[in-house]
Design a protein around this ligand. Structure first.
Ligand code: ADP
Length: 265
């Protein structure tokens, strides 16, 4: 017989013992070991992510404080880089706090009816500003159905996907935001004509700090936590994140919302 208790699975087995029987209780610890490995990796990753910006800032602080004859070009460049790396750490900490909030609170606190059409209009404006004219951005709003959920969380999930589309699509590419009802479910998607993702990477994209290309992610301000956050938020809304992509062609990130979350006009 197997007993499940939180993360533990205990196997109970009666075995002959002389003229009696004895009860063998065993525990499979592979699951616990996996959790422990994930925890260790996570700490190693966070430390690693913080080390570069701290080294850069520390180095420049030293230069600026030691050399009293530092010329103003060097000073300007040092300040610009220190500011860039500070922003990088701020982003990382914001994303870590967001993940920890999502992991700690099982339920959505402030659930309400959200006007998705309005939200997507806002997001396409934000995309325009991120893109700065480098992409063609469009909206495909096939329904005006509202969605029951957390406004902050959904905005953050959608904004993450939109910013990824901008960051991983070369100049001249197209980005489209969709909101529709498909086979009874609410479907939100961000579609881009960007660099695409190899199928071997897709199952791992929502892992914390998993990146296909480290330098591209960092250069464009990525923390490596965006899709982990999106996945969490989708799960909390009983929604499913689906990723369809082809290298060199582009990607489509779909979030499927169950009918019980839809408010049809
Ligand atoms: P990051 O901050 O690195 O963008 P994410 O968790 O948002 O972290 O995404 C994880 C990885 O998935 C990225 O590093 C990138 O390799 C890949 N990725 C995400 N969105 C796209 C996209 N629209 N097109 C191509 N690759 C993407």
């Amino acid at each position: 017989k197997q007993m499940h208790y939180h993360q533990l699975t205990l196997s109970l087995q009666l075995v002959p013992y002389g003229d009696k029987q004895k009860l063998l209780i065993s525990q499979d610890i592979t699951h616990l070991e996996r959790i422990e490995t994930m925890r260790r990796d996570f700490i190693a990753n966070v430390s690693h992510e913080l080390r570069t910006p701290l080294t850069v800032i520390g180095g420049f602080l030293e230069t600026l404080s030691e050399e009293n004859n530092t010329d103003s070009d060097v000073r300007q460049r040092a300040l610009a880089l220190m500011s860039e790396h500070t922003t990088r750490m701020q982003r990382l900490v914001e994303d870590l706090l967001m993940l920890s909030r999502l992991e700690n609170a099982q339920n959505i606190v402030s659930e309400k009816n959200i006007n998705i059409v309005e939200m997507l209009h806002d997001l396409s404006q934000e995309a325009e500003s991120l893109s700065a004219g480098r992409h063609q951005i469009s909206l495909n709003l096939a329904t005006d159905a509202q969605l029951l959920g957390s406004e902050d969380e959904l905005r953050s999930a959608f904004a993450n996907l939109v910013s990824n589309a901008v960051r991983y699509t070369p100049e001249g590419g197209e980005i489209m935001l969709h909101w529709m009802i498909h086979e009874g479910q609410g479907l939100f998607s961000v579609q881009d004509s960007g660099i695409g993702i190899g199928s071997e990477h897709i199952p791992r994209l929502t892992e914390r700090f998993y990146r296909v290309d480290n330098s591209r992610s960092r250069e464009t301000g990525g923390t490596g936590l965006g899709l982990a956050i999106v996945k969490h938020i989708a799960n909390r809304h009983q929604a499913r994140l689906e990723i369809v992509s082809r290298v060199g062609k582009g990607s489509r990130f779909n979030i499927w919302f169950p009918v019980k979350r839809l408010i049809l006009a």
